[in-house]
Design a protein around this ligand. Structure first.
Ligand code: ADP
Ligand code: MG
Length: 547
């Protein structure tokens, strides 16, 4: 520019310089002008070609220097970036390892204490600037930690809630002892529990929340994260540093993740606890049941034994009863037959001896009567006497016969059952005037004498009963025999026997009928219909008694 005053491109500042000439050389970097160098002459000067070339070189050199400086700065910046990235990367890595360690542990064990230990361990090793890590759980003072499974700790003396140190890293043991419990509502631990929100402080000097113990420990910054369970805050994770500004958002995020994992662990522990409890209850119930079953079984066994003994006793008694019954029957049967024999004997004696003696007497009397034919007047009187004696003897002979027959009808022994029944029926008709018909189904019946006697005596008893009780006007008797049984049936048209009379304990006549039939393996059917009559039917199986 030859004259600054005249050039239209020159701005007001250039014009103020006065009447000068100037040379403006661009500083070009990578084909881009990044600046200019002004050469100004206070004289009127014309820069010749040599000067322009020389000064242009200067511009180039400056451009190179600027480029170098820029590059260096760039480099330094990049190095810085790299460093930061690296540190962040390693932090990220370490935090991820914390999370994965805690996660794995939560899935591996149902032991909450184990999970808590593992969590504080991983955090204390991997978080930058952390000096101590602790986990507290709330105990409500009455029955252990609120909503938490059993932790086997005593309750606090006052019954007020307190936060109990469950696990820690970084504290010396004596210090841990001192902060083992934090009474409500001291320090940021309780602030976190009460508010249920994370609590973070970068500089304790500006903090009013931190408790005296924390301050004494020299804590300069801290972060505290609530642990929630069942809609309640049940504990906290605390990380403390002896430096200011030790933690930021990232640590809070980490704490939050760890807290969530611990919540899962608490849930697991609680479920395991519930499971264990229900298992215990189940086992207890099972044991109780077993005991009960055992007791019941013993009882039952005892009852059973008693029952068995009783049954055996009863069976024995029954057997005895049966035996004596049989003996009685045998005795009765024996007596019956003895009686029958005796009757037979007496009947014969009476008939034969008395009958003959009487007949002899009668003969003598008639001889006496004929010797008296031509006698004195008194003779007539004597003859009359003899006559009446003879009549008496005749009567006596009849009586003797009747007694003998009643004792035992000779016809039964001589002519058999059918004839004996016929005779008896005839006798019944005569004695009672009741119509009585007999239909013998057989002409000749060869039966065992004992059986004949039994059937005959049965018939006698039924006829006696009809005469005494039935008030009947007609009686039908039948005796039938087929190939394996013999049936005697006596039917009357009287008032009809009643059920009570049939089974009555005083019905000894009927019992006798049954007993007699029973002796021959037979049975008796007695049926009565009111005002229609009574039927007595005796069935005797034959094979055993007829040869
Ligand atoms: N043919 C009959 N008709 C009506 N009642 C009868 C007849 N046979 C027996 N009874 C009744 O059955 C009862 C029992 O008979 P029984 O044992 O022979 O005893 P008893 O003749 O000594 O009374 C009789 O008392 C009578 O009341
Ligand atoms: Mg009778």
């Amino acid at each position: 520019i030859e004259d600054l005053q005249k050039d239209p491109d020159v701005g007001p500042a250039g014009r103020e310089l006065g009447p000068h000439s100037a040379l403006v050389i661009p500083i070009t970097l990578e084909e881009k002008a990044i600046g200019v160098i002004w050469f100004i002459s206070y004289r009127e000067h014309r820069f010749d070609d040599r000067e322009v070339r020389l000064l242009s070189t200067l511009g180039d050199q400056i451009a190179i220097a600027v480029a170098k400086a820029k590059m260096l700065e760039e480099l330094r910046k990049r190095e810085e970036d790299l460093k930061q990235t690296l540190s962040q990367l390693s932090k990220k890595n370490r935090y991820e390892s914390i999370i994965s360690a805690v996660t794995q542990n939560v899935h591996k064990t149902i032991n909450l204490q184990d999970v808590l230990e593992n969590a504080v361990d991983a955090m204390s090793k991997n978080i930058d600037n952390v000096d101590n890590v602790s986990i507290y759980l709330v105990e409500d003072g009455e029955a252990g930690p609120a909503s938490l499974p059993r932790f086997n700790r005593g309750t606090s003396a006052q019954g007020s809630p307190q936060a109990v140190l469950e696990s820690y890293r970084g504290y010396p043991d004596w210090w841990a002892k001192r902060v083992r419990t934090i009474p409500y509502p001291i320090g940021f631990t309780w602030k976190t529990i009460i508010e249920g929100k994370p609590c973070y402080c970068a500089d304790v000097d500006k903090d009013t929340v931190i408790g005296p113990a924390g301050r004494k420990m020299g804590t300069k910054s801290y972060a505290s994260m609530p642990i929630n369970f069942g809609g309640k805050t049940v504990g906290v994770i605390n990380i403390n540093s002896l430096k200011k500004n030790a933690f930021d958002e990232e640590e809070l995020r980490l704490l939050e993740i760890v807290a969530r994992k611990i919540e899962v662990a608490i849930n697991n522990a609680k479920q395991a606890d519930a499971l264990r409890k229900s298992e215990e209850a189940l086992r207890k119930a099972k044991n109780e049941l077993e005991v009960k079953v055992e007791e019941r079984t013993t009882e039952l066994r005892k009852t059973n034994r008693n029952l068995m003994a009783e049954i055996a006793e009863r069976r024995r008694a029954e057997e005895e009863l049966k035996n004596s019954h049989e003996q009685l029957r045998a005795l009765a049967a024996r007596l019956q037959s003895i009686r029958e024999e005796e009757r037979k004997l007496i009947a014969r004696e009476v008939h034969d001896e008395l009958g003959q003696a009487l007949t002899g007497l009668k003969l003598d009397l008639s001889r006496l009567a004929s010797g008296l034919s031509e006698g004195v007047t008194k003779r007539n009187k004597t003859a009359q006497r003899i006559e009446s004696m003879s009549i008496l003897i005749d009567e006596t002979i009849k009586t003797v016969r009747r007694i003998a027959t009643q004792l035992r009808p000779g016809v039964l022994d001589d002519l058999g059952l059918v004839a004996a029944i016929e005779w008896q029926v005839q006798d019944f008709r005569e004695r009672t005037g009741v119509k009585c018909e007999f239909k013998p189904g057989v002409k000749h019946l060869t039966l065992d004498q004992n059986l004949s006697t039994a059937l005959f005596r049965i018939l006698q008893e039924t006829l006696t009963n009809i005469a005494r009780h039935a008030n009947a006007s007609k009686v039908k008797i039948s005796l039938k025999k087929d190939k394996d049984s013999i049936v005697l049936r006596v039917e009357d048209n009287g008032r009809g026997i009643t059920e009570r009379e049939i089974s009555g304990s005083k019905s000894l006549g009927l019992l006798g009928i049954k007993e007699r039939a029973f002796l021959f393996g037979g049975s008796v059917d007695i049926t009565g219909r009111q005002n229609k009559g009574t039927v007595v039917a005796v069935h005797i199986p034959l094979r055993r008694h007829t040869p």
